[in-house]
Each structure stands twice: as C-alpha cells, then as structure tokens.
Design a protein around this ligand. Structure first.
Ligand code: FE2
Length: 520
C-alpha cells in the first residue's frame, strides 16, 4: 500500500472512531484497534524498489533468468525478512539507510537482511542498459585519487576477483573525502557502523554466486569484467555529488544570497584582474571550464547535446534553451565576467556563513589553483540555486554573457503578452521592437498606450512576493535600483506578471510597495 493511501486509511479510521464515540455506539475496540496496528505496521515497512529496466535489459552483463531470480527471490526476500524482523521490535520505524548506518544496535538477522535490502536497492540503480561512459566530477576525482581511470579499473577488478566467498566490492568516499575500493562480506555495507574504515558507497558490485552463477558458472572473473558495460555513471555522479552536498549546510543563507538576494555583479577592474589570472595561469581557466561544463550538463540535461548530436558538426553544449540554436550559456566557461560574478556571489554567501571568501589575487599559481578548487566545490554544491532562471546570480551572469541576450528578451516577451491582458489593450509594446530606441529611453523595457499618454515600464524578474501590514515585498528581482518609469513590472514564467505603480521603496535590496499600488 502506498504511503499516501495508508495515511488516508489511518485518517478514515480516526474519523470512524470519533463518530462511534459521538454516536454513542459500542466501539468494536478489538477490530478497530487491530486495523490501526496493522496500518502502523504497514507504514513502518521498508518498500521494494522497482527494477528500473526489464529483466533482459542488461544481457551484455547478466541474463534474464538470473535478473528475475535475483530481483524477485533474493532481493525481495531480504526486504520481506527485514520487515518481519523489525516489526517485532518496538519503536523501529526507521528508514533503511538509518538502520544500516546504526546497524550495531540490531541483531545479525537484521544486519544481513537490511544490508541485503539496501545493497540491492542501490545496485539496481547503479546499472543501466544505456551505455554511458565515465565522465564529470567522479572521473576527475578518480584521476585525482587513483592517477588514472585505468588504474582505478584495475584495482577495482583486482579487489573484486580476490574477494573470497559471498560479498560485495565497493567504491566509497571516505570521511576524509578520498575515494577507496574495498570489499565487504555477506551483505555488509561500507556505511554500517560495524565496518572499520568504511565510507559512503557510490559504486558496488554483487559478488554473490546468486548474482552470476547461471550465466557464468565458475567464471566469476568474466562477470566482473563485464560489469563496466552496464554502469550507470550519471547515477554514480549523483551519489558522489549528493555526498558532497550532504556535508554542507544548505541553509537559508544560500537561498537569500544566491537565489533571492542581489547579485554583486562585477566591476571592470575586477574583470581585468581575472583576465590576467586566466592568462597567466591557464590551469585555473581549465578547472573552471570543466566544472562549468559538468554543471551545465547536469542542470540543463534536457538541453544538453553531445558533439554532433544536435546537428552534424555542432560542438557539445546547451541548445534550444532561450530560443532555437546554441545557447549563449555555453560561453560561460570561458567568460571572465561570469567567473568574477560567480566568485563575488559565492563570497557573499561564504561571508554570511562565516567561511573565508575565495580570493585569487596576489597568490602564486598553486594557491590560485587551490582557491579555484574551492570555487568549483561551492559552485557545484550550489549549482541548482545558482543555475536557476530565477536566481539573481544567474540573470546577472546571463546578461553579462550577452548584453542583448535572448534570455531576458524571452522573459520580457512573455510579460508583454500578459500586460496586454492586464491593461486590456493590444497597445503594449516592448521597447526595441521598433528598433534603436533602447538607448534613448534608458531603463524602459516596455510601454503601454493610454488615453493619458504613453506609460513606461521596467520589467524585472521575481521569485515570490510577500504581503504584510499593507506592504508587499518582492523577492529575487536581480539588480534592484530605482527607475523613473511609471510602472514596475515583475514577471516569471511560473507565477506570471504583477504590475505596481512605481512608488517603491528599496529596503534591504528589495522592492517594497504599498498594497494599494498593486495594479493587478
Ligand atoms: Fe545479490
């Protein structure tokens, strides 16, 4: 039964009991009580993870029959036995990962079955029928810690092949952030607090006979060598980055600065400084480039195309994001202004949380690389906040990439469509549509023709608005500064368009209006 259904049933029962009391009917305590208990038990149960592909999908690695038996008999068996075992215990409504992490509190039966349930649930997701190759943050970390991908592969195979008896081979991240290959016996997992020098598993291979014997018989080595054909590297990257993210405090500060706050932007002097650093220390540029590419590839995965995929002869990158064709966001990886803006905005956050800001100025090459590593780390951790169309940092970076970028254009075009409805007229025009008047009007994005004359508007992005005591505060509006237009317009594609008379106060870097000045 799904969790939601269970909750609904629990609620129904509560109602039933209430009504029975109200109606003064005799309460059939035994049956009601029994159902309640059953529901509570059901809610505590560890669920079965769906197999994310068909039984025959991984045939280059494992046959259909083994997959079927492995999933339906072995894996489900672990989950069932685990559920039976934990139901007998009082107060053990923990999730599986918590049970595994605190396994020393449980007996061997639970240790084996919780491990079995957890290991296999992970294992299914670590495999995929799509052929993916190793890439991104995990590849770089492998190179860093093993010297090369080949070294890593050799060591992984060697450890797997020399594991005696039933168990698993794992790639883990240790507490000191190093990758390590290790094996565990039976159904133990490196996360278990009974495992010495364990770690956080990001890749694992089942070395039990039940996993390969039908197809490979005694040739376990061949099974191990074929594993590389079916590894789900995007998922491994996710585990790897997720682990990194776990460690930082994704508190409200980040939201304030990176997403809802005001981008610090970057001045000309700083841009020149970074240009010099990039030119004198190409390694800095390289590190930054690779990190940006990994982030774009992940965050904009729907828009990401590998070389020749979008069109023959086209480079890899983000396509069709703003409009059709190659996105200007691809310029980000070599752009000094973008680099500088990212450093400045991440520093705003670091200052707030009391971490030393990133600084590359006045350092030797090695120190600059260390600082770039920090930048890359925070940028990766904060990637979904930064590279989010509503974030002030993102908007500043995008407009820095191309003054007349299509991203801003699109937002304004969508806003104009709504403005026509709001003002109930077709005569709303985006400045620039007529050509060449942008500079003359300065700070005006659009205007509406009214009987009293043309009224000018500035169109800004926003995240959310909050109303309190007759005041409305607008969050996430990018570069907050005063304008001389008649209306301030806020638009995002999710919430739509809101128009205010331009009687604004700027408080803490946010536009604040009297509720009366809201037009729609
Ligand atoms: Fe297994």
């Amino acid at each position: 039964m799904s969790f939601r259904k269970l909750k609904e049933r629990a609620k129904e029962l509560e109602e039933q009991i209430k009504n029975e009391v109200v109606d003064n009917k005799p309460i059939e305590e035994s049956t009601t009580e029994k159902s309640r208990k059953e529901i509570l038990l059901e809610m505590k149960k560890i669920g079965i993870d769906r197999l994310p592909y068909s039984y025959s999908a991984l045939e280059s690695f494992i046959d259909k029959e083994t997959m079927y038996v492995h999933y339906n008999k072995h894996y489900k068996g672990y989950v069932d036995k685990l559920n039976k075992a934990i139901q007998k215990r009082k107060g053990s409504d923990l999730d599986l990962e918590q049970i595994v992490k605190g396994i020393s509190r449980f007996n061997n039966n639970i240790r084996n079955n919780a491990g079995g349930a957890f290991n296999h649930a992970l294992f299914w997701k670590m495999l995929t029928p799509k052929s993916t190759r190793v890439y991104g943050p995990i590849l770089r970390k492998i190179k860093e810690d093993f010297g090369s991908y080949d070294n890593f592969k050799k060591e992984f195979e060697k450890k797997a092949k020399s594991k005696f008896g039933s168990g698993w081979v794992w790639l883990v991240i240790t507490n000191s952030d190093k990758l390590k290959i290790m094996t565990t016996s039976n159904q133990d997992n490196p996360l278990m607090n009974t495992i010495k020098f364990g770690g956080y598993p990001i890749l694992g291979l089942d070395l039990w006979e039940h996993a390969y014997y039908l197809k490979y018989r005694n040739k376990r080595d061949e099974y191990i060598e074929n594993f590389w054909k079916v590894i789900n590297w995007p998922f491994v990257n996710k585990l790897f980055l997720g682990r990194t993210k776990d460690k930082i405090n994704e508190g409200k500060f980040i939201k304030e600065v990176i997403n809802e706050g005001v981008s610090a932007g970057c001045n000309r002097k700083q841009v020149n400084t970074y240009r010099m650093i990039f030119n004198r220390n190409p390694q800095v540029k390289k590190k930054f480039m690779y990190a940006i590419m990994d982030i774009l590839k992940e965050v904009f995965s729907e828009y990401w195309f590998e070389k020749d995929e979008y069109k023959k002869g086209e480079m890899s990158g983000v396509y069709d994001f703003e409009q059709s064709g190659r996105s200007i966001i691809n310029k980000l990886n070599t752009n000094y202004t973008a680099f500088c803006t990212l450093v400045n905005d991440i520093n705003q956050y670091l200052k707030k949380v009391g971490i030393n800001p990133i600084n590359l100025v006045g350092l030797d090459n090695k120190q600059q690389l260390d600082e770039t590593d920090r930048l890359v780390r925070y940028m990766t951790e904060l990637r979904y906040r930064i590279f989010n169309t509503e974030s002030s940092t993102f908007q500043t970076v995008m407009s820095g990439l191309d003054r007349s970028n299509k991203f801003g254009d699109k937002r304004e075009l969508n806003a104009v469509i709504n403005l026509k409805k709001i003002f109930n007229t077709k005569e709303v025009f985006k400045v620039g549509e007529l050509g060449g008047v942008d500079d003359m009007l300065g700070g005006v994005d659009a205007y509406v023709v009214t009987p009293e004359g043309d009224k000018t508007m500035q169109i800004k992005p926003f995240n959310k608005i909050e109303e309190e005591d007759g005041k409305i505060t607008v969050y996430g509006s990018g570069n907050v500064k005063p304008y001389t237009v008649d209306y301030l317009v806020f638009h995002n594609d999710r919430d739509g368009t809101i128009v205010f008379n331009n009687n604004t106060e700027i408080i803490d870097g946010r536009y604040v209006f009297n509720s009366d000045d809201r037009i729609n």
